[in-house]
Design a protein around this ligand. Sequence first.
Ligand code: 5AD
Ligand code: SF4
Length: 451
Amino acid sequence: MPSVSIKTYGCQMNERDSEQVAAMFLAGGYRLTDDPASADVVLINTCSVREKAELKALGKMGLLCTTAKRPWVVFGFMGCMSESRGEELFREIPRLDIVTGTHRFHRVFSLCDSLLRNRLSNPSATPLRRGAHICDVQPDPQAHTFIRDHFPSRTTCSAYVSIMQGCEMRCSYCIVPFTRGEERSRPAEDILAEIRDLVATGVKEVTLLGQIVNRYGKEEPVVNGRGAFVRLLEAVHEIDGLERIRFTSPHPIGFRDDLVHAFSYLPKLCSHIHFPMQSGSDRILQLMRRPYKQAKYLALCDAMREARPDLAITTDIIVGFPGETEEDYLLTKQAVERVQFDNAFIFQYSPRRGTPAAEMPNQLCLREKEARNHDLLDTVNRIATARNAALVGTRQTILVEGPSKTNASRLQGRTSQNKPVIIEQGTAHAGELVPVLITESSGFTLYGNPV
Ligand code: 5AD
Ligand code: SF4
């Protein structure tokens, strides 16, 4: 049986796309392996959001290709970096066979499989030093409808469901609109059918994925004050056997009252939102082409907390955007204190080819970006640690996912607020929702006992 190794860099959307590719290989008679050195097909799903992610993927693939001893092995890049760099990747890594873009995940299996079969039936014609150089980055207006297959994974109780692809916001720093293209939403009936099937296999929690989920079905009319995304949430909520709903990520633009209000009447909607803020300075938000003011972001956080008082809020923040002064940075720090985030992913601004911000004057040096990153991280960690410590002594319901990643003799689950909780083995089963008493907190992890 041939084997495939798929490594994923980047966001949950990339993980979901990789899962779709893996499901197609499984259906085609392949076995999945975590060991690329022994696989017959080696794939890397890439991320282009920051330079570091691209360099990691290039380094990994370069090493695998140069150390490959079995000439038939098929090497391929898929996803965002393939889309933005295309053919030029073959110049960087001559042994690379296949480069497929973000609209071509459903084509990866057949391309790789036919190349592998060809090579295995013609061993003498197979080059060891030069790959097949097949580049497929065609746009496909239906591509988003193909991200729909699943397979039993490490945690079968929780699944990602892609509801839309693409982004049209054109933030000045971001490469995603170039790599993922225009916004396309899947039909609600397809999404609901997929979730019903997942629930039938034991899934209890779904996370609805999109670059900007609140723009789901943006061309559809508002009905009884509810936009298409909230109507989708309501329909998902109706599914019997589904216990929890999450979504990621929303954008302050188009985040209307109907979505704020949803937290007050949809109990399956978890008490967590990942809500990218990017900056606390209106001047920088404007340079970033994020068309909202900090006051609007704060008002939305307040309104959501009013609708759901225990709501955990996490965010993305970029430090060191071109022209960011110490004053701008301090406004971001102030906003972090004001919102009291449960966690924040802090990114040092990384210039991306072809984006407007890469051409802006007053680019900051690495040292300045690092200093702001470290300083902000201290603030974020202090707040997050205090918020977790405040949960000691409370009761939380956790969805048990399975063995803890760091200690297989314990189980890990997540609270509605998306905080990991460790409990003793034997006290619950994977896939179970159990009430626990939180007994201890260390940084970002909680410990508890089922009650
Ligand atoms: N540099 C640094 N961070 C970036 N992000 C997107 N583009 C860049 C960039 N060029 C961050 C944003 C986004 C997250 C996924 O990545 O904060 O929300
Ligand atoms: Fe990138 Fe902005 Fe779209 Fe997010 S909203 S994917 S940061 S362009």
